[in-house]
Design a binder for this molecule. Structure first.
Ligand SMILES: [Zn+2]
Ligand SMILES: [Zn+2]
Length: 356
């Protein structure tokens, strides 16, 4: 009996070593496939050979998502009347995040804005046509007076999101570049955003609040940190884990360079220390990772390594060297295969707002 047990133990030893080694790899390299919410995926995640933003060849995960969250509701953004509560907006004067309600809208009116009618009806974009006017005036560089005549001013900007099938390619074995790429220099597209949450929703750069308020408009985020962009895409400017004050430090998504993005704390609940210029660090055997926070840049300040890319539709080619550059300002996604680039944004491209 004892002999038999010993023999089994020695036979198991190589297996144990193998398990320990894989365990170590798993500690620095989170299991991307298992971390995604299955409900967000159109089909199982696969691996293909792709080209990253620096031209290097690399195995990438092909992740096809619906781009709408299944783990939370979206909105509200604009309150219908002064009796209602809308979403959240970072005020450009006091820099605080305000709930968009009667108090806040009255504060704006004290500054000379005109956000509601005498009966309490709040001004907001009612449909796609009005929303397109906002896109045109913001991206076209109109003056306030021009927008007053033919655009949308003194309004809460909102649009209902639409489902979008998007394929996002994430490097399987993320590599650090010689130096990080700051957001302004990074080549990401409206399709890819900065990366993707594990629920399939894209992360975007900080909201261009000054560009929006130049027209006496606000574009609030919902209680999970998201809203709809010019291409009808629902996206996050702040992570739900920050809005919910999640303390688990778990992986909440992946940057376009493949490195994981963790919640606002470390796994032990402590505040992340010594974050670098792009909001990442490497400690405790976790490997390099980013942390979302409640201060600028909220999600990522740039990228540690070369980027993957994304396309509209279910596509099989990953070539990130073809991704539009300039921080996504009106940048076009790479030419997609079937279904790619089917829906164009309004004039001006509809890229995600650039970082401030
Ligand atoms: Zn946005
Ligand atoms: Zn950390």
């Amino acid at each position: 009996m004892v002999y038999k047990w010993l023999m089994n133990a020695s036979m198991l030893k190589p297996l144990f070593l193998l398990w320990a080694t894989t365990g170590l790899i798993a500690a620095t390299q989170p299991d991307v496939i298992s971390l995604f919410d299955k409900r967000a995926l159109v089909k199982p995640i696969t691996e293909i050979e792709g080209i990253l933003s620096d031209g290097s060849k690399s195995t990438v995960y092909k992740v096809v998502v619906r781009s709408l969250p299944t783990d939370h509701t979206m909105g509200p953004w604009a309150p219908a009347t002064l009796k209602d509560k809308g979403g959240y907006w970072e005020d450009t004067v006091d820099k605080k995040l305000h709930r968009v309600d009667a108090d806040y809208l009255k504060l704006l009116n004290k500054r000379g804005w005109n956000m509601f009618e005498a009966d309490g009806t709040v001004h907001h974009t009612k449909d796609r046509t009005e929303f397109d006017k906002v896109a045109r005036q913001e991206l076209g560089g109109w003056s306030y007076d021009e927008a007053l005549k033919a655009g949308v001013t003194n309004s809460v900007i909102e649009l209902q999101p639409l489902e979008q099938i998007v394929t996002i390619f994430l490097p399987k074995n993320p590599q650090a570049s010689a130096k990080p790429t700051m957001l302004r220099q990074a080549r990401f597209s409206p399709r890819s955003g900065l990366g993707i949450s594990t629920n399939g929703v894209r992360f975007f750069p900080p909201e261009p609040v000054d560009r929006i308020t130049a027209f006496h408009n606000i574009a609030p985020l919902d209680p999970k940190g998201g809203h709809t962009g010019f291409g009808h895409e629902y996206h996050y400017h702040r992570a739900p884990s920050v809005m919910d004050n999640d303390q688990t430090g778990k992986v909440v998504g992946f940057a376009l360079d493949g490195f994981p993005v963790r919640g606002p704390t470390e796994p032990d609940g402590s505040k992340p220390k010594d974050l670098d210029a792009i909001h990442g660090h490497d400690h405790g055997g976790l490997g390099y990772h980013y942390h979302v926070t409640d201060v600028w840049p909220y999600i990522l300040g740039g990228f540690k390594g070369p980027l993957g890319t994304a396309s509209l539709g279910d596509v099989d080619t990953c070539d990130a060297t073809k991704t539009g550059g300039d921080g996504g300002k009106g940048g076009k996604g790479p030419k997609g295969g079937k279904g790619g680039e089917g829906k164009k944004g309004p004039p001006g491209g509809g890229g995600p707002p650039e970082g401030k």
